[in-house]
Design a protein around this ligand. Sequence first.
Ligand code: GN1
Ligand code: MG
Length: 360
Amino acid sequence: MKKIAEQFQLKSEIGTIRPLKIGFINDSFIVESKDPNDEWYFLQKINHNIFKNVVGLQQNISLVTDHLRKKLSERGVDNLERKALQIIPAKDGKLFYEDTDGNYWRIYTHIKNTKSYDVINPELAYKAGVAFGDFQTMLSDIPHDNLIETIPNFHNMEFRLEECREAVKKNAAGRLEKTQWMVDEIEKRADEMCVPERLHREGKLPKRVNHCDTKVNNMLFDDNDEPICIVDLDTVMPGYVLSDFGDFMRTAANTGAEDDVNPENIGVNFEIFKAYTKGYLEKATFLTPSELGNLALGVKLQSYMQTVRFFTDYLNGDTYYKIQHGEHNWQRTIAQFELLQNQEKNYNWMQEVVFEFASK
Ligand code: GN1
Ligand code: MG
């Protein structure tokens, strides 16, 4: 691992390198410095099966982080190195390093003294809403054409359904028989969940630069619980704002875990929902009436999309997400479906909350 880290333009002498268990996609490591006061680094092996265009991926992240730094410095914000991710180029100047086995690696400066949460309280949710709303606002004038879709059709529900139907047809892992009921539940909702794609085609719902992975744990907080930096920028790309709103609610406003085995634990966390909506809408003042009117749908949509994606991976024999045991993708599917049903029951309430804070 040291050999890999040495391929980058690091300022510090390399000390201990330790793996970090975060995310379902890339492999991550902390590179400590010999002298603990020097800069540390965050090393990642990029999942090249998923991010096929690594050059484009790194170029996206570089454009986005440069843009954020520019915006922040125009506002007079200090400690910029803590507020936006900083890619460290390899010794040959590239934004990644390809090793002799064909693996792709990248390094960021590590932002010390920060933490992320899997479970948060309303106060933090409010701050997170402000921070994600601000993030979208800062990126609203980045030239679109310069950004690629790092995973084509990433949050396109029509495409995700096609993938799922393909997996059902193939039944590669022979898991369809006992899960047929899930196919039926998915198909029942397919029309409603493709509404954003249709609205977009009709010119009624714009695409903007989104984070596309606004899981609650992709925000770093400092020791005083102030949001410092939004991380995991692999999927920043054009999309619907309802996706980002929805994905935060899917992960933060759930009284249970993403893969909770106990359905009793799962439900909408109303206080978190309200607090995040309040914070988000204070900042995201650029939203059109159609975007506002579809935020609550976005919440259902993200839980639905995740149900479909986990289920598709389960049917395919677990080829996409990292899993901890053989039935993990099924467990995740059921838990996300349970959350979806709870959100369906509370859909009118969610709409009211959105309109209440939008009118303020
Ligand atoms: C993956 O990066 P990570 O592991 O937090 C996935 C997201 C899913 C999420 C489900 C590139 O995110 O889209 O919502 O798992 N990222 C990719 O928890 O597929
Ligand atoms: Mg990610």
